[in-house]
Structure formats: C-alpha cells, structure tokens
Design a protein around this ligand. Structure first.
Ligand code: SF4
Length: 321
C-alpha cells in the first residue's frame, strides 16, 4: 500500500543550501533538504538579492513606525517600497505553489521572529514578527503550508507541515480534473486524515460536495479548497488520533485475537502517554490492512500522508512523539 504522490511545489529561501546569498556571503546548512529534493519541487528565491542588494551586504532591519519600514542603516536606504513591489509581483506570478520554507529571524523571510526596532540606529527592540517578504506571503497565501527552517527541525511541526503540504498538492491535482467524481474520491480517501485534524470542518466539506449541481462545479471546488485549508490550520491532537484509530479498529474487531486487541490497546495508551510515536501504531495497523486486504483502508491517506522516505528523517525530540 504505497501511495503515488503529487509532487508539491515549495518556495524556499535561497540561502537555505541553494546559494551563498546571505548578507555575510554565507549560506545556511539545512540537512533535511537532501531527503526532500526527490519529493518536492523547489523554487528558491532571495528577496534581498531580487531588490538589488548585493552579496555580501550591510545588514538591513525593520523599523516599527506607524507601519513597518525596511531600512539599511549604514546607507540609509529605504527598502520598503521595493520589497513590497517585488513580493507582490513574485507571489502573484507563481503558477503553482503549495507551501513555503523560509529562513527564520530574517527581516525579509522570517515568519514570526524577525526583530523589529523602534529606531533605525538604536538597538532598542520593538518586538518580533514576520519579515516584510513573508508578511506578503501570509497575506496572499494564508492557507498554504508555511514554515521556517528552524521550526522544521521539530518532529511534530515537520510532520504537520508535510501532511498539509501533500494533502494540498494532491487536491491541486484533483482540481485540475474538473470532475466532481474526482473530488468525491479525494474526500473519501482523506476521510480519516481530516477526522484526525478537524472533524467538524471535514463534515462541512461533505456538505459542500453534496451541494453540487451541474452549474456550480467551480463554486464547489473553490469552497472546498478554502475549507480544506482550514482543516489543516492547526496540527492534529493526540486525542483525535486515538479516536480515529479506535474507529479503524472496528474494521478488524472480528478478525483479531484477544491478544492482538490487548496489544494494540496497550499501544494506544503508550501513545496517549507520549511514550511511543504515532508511526508505531500506524505500522501495526498497516500490517493488518495488508494482511486482511481491506481496500477501503488501503486507500486512506491517513496511513501514509506523505512519502515514507520523509518519515525516515523524523527524529523524536523530547516531548514531540
Ligand atoms: S533570509 Fe531570505 S533575504 Fe535573507 S539571504 Fe536568505 S533568502 Fe535572502
């Protein structure tokens, strides 16, 4: 039961392994990239190079006045207009994109932790927030998979990112068919995955499909896409995963021995207590799906939300199982 995946397209900060374009002429090492390369199409971009700053260059910073302004203190260059202009043009001309991997802490690419200053030439901090390029990314593509390379080192965040990314790229393929039958199939195959994430919105998606008539296909796809992004807005919770897995157990209730049932229930408890990762439970259940040849469960993306090779890079850090 190995899925065929639609390759997602991800915009990535160019200094993450692609080019030595940082202000100091260096690039950042980002180990997971090698494993991601065969499974993801990347579009590398360096917004600071694109607005004409060379490498190496003097640092730039965000000054919080009435609005955020981007400046290069050493040259007194004001860069807000050119950065906004580049971001708008770049983002609006992207034909395909499912997600973004951006460099943490950068005044251009940071997602949550770019430093803001009260003054151009003083060190007093005015807090933190997104960099100027990323601010536009979030505005234009609020529902896509967006993460920074620092957060992606966390097991749970990385798993959520990949799950959302591959669910969205698969939907993109479904949308291309312009067929309601493809959308129905997509919804059916993603049922357990969406249940684990957000059951309420999953049911709303079912109602959107049910509202289809021959004249509103585009509207149905549009509404479905918008709400699908909401399903994956927040990571799944341990409790909802256990609910989904208990539900799946129902398919095997007459097939398993008492010992097998006891074993899996013990594993559920271990998972709830953060002693084993979800993948341990999934592998046991996958073995039963294969053994009992349950084609309905075989098609559920829940059991393989993204390529197995990407699961291999998961290292269970403290508290992240
Ligand atoms: S963080 Fe963004 S702007 Fe800065 S060097 Fe990397 S890609 Fe360029």
């Amino acid at each position: 039961m190995y899925r065929k995946f639609t390759k997602p397209t991800v915009v990535i900060s160019k200094c993450l392994e692609f080019d030595s374009c940082r202000y100091n002429g260096l690039k950042i090492s980002f180990d997971p990239l090698d494993l991601m390369m065969p499974h993801i199409d990347f579009i590398p971009v360096c917004p600071e190079i694109e607005i004409g700053l060379g490498t190496p260059r003097d640092p730039i910073r965000i000054v919080q006045k009435k609005n955020l302004t981007l400046v290069q203190p050493s040259t007194n260059k004001k860069l807000t207009f050119s950065m906004n202009q580049f971001a708008n043009s770049f983002l609006n001309n992207l034909e395909t994109v499912d997600g973004f991997i951006l460099k943490a802490k950068s005044p251009s690419c940071g997602i949550k932790d770019a430093k803001y200053y009260f003054k151009q030439d003083k060190e007093q901090s005015a807090g933190k927030g997104p960099g100027l390029f990323t601010k536009k990314v979030i505005k234009v593509f609020p529902g896509l998979a967006i993460e920074d390379e620092g957060r992606l080192r966390n097991f749970h965040i990385r798993e959520h990112f990949f799950t959302k990314l591959f669910a969205l790229s698969s939907f993109r393929d479904t949308k291309k068919t312009k067929k309601i039958s493809s959308l129905i199939k997509y919804h059916a195959n993603n049922k357990f995955l969406m249940m684990a994430y957000n059951e309420k919105t999953m049911r709303k998606l079912g109602k959107i499909i049910a509202s289809y008539n021959k004249s509103n296909l585009t509207k149905v796809f549009r509404a479905y896409e918008k709400n699908l992004q909401l399903v994956f807005e927040k990571p799944y919770r341990r409790k909802t995963n256990v609910n989904v897995l208990m539900h799946v157990m129902g398919f095997f209730s007459k097939l398993l021995t008492q010992k097998e049932k006891k074993f899996i229930l013990h594993l559920f408890k271990q998972y709830s207590d953060r002693r084993v990762p979800l993948s341990a439970l999934i592998q046991v259940i996958r073995s039963w799906i294969t053994r009992y040849q349950n084609s309905y469960l075989e098609n559920q993306t829940y059991f393989e939300p993204y390529p197995f090779e990407l699961m291999d890079i998961s290292n269970s850090g403290k508290g992240n199982l």
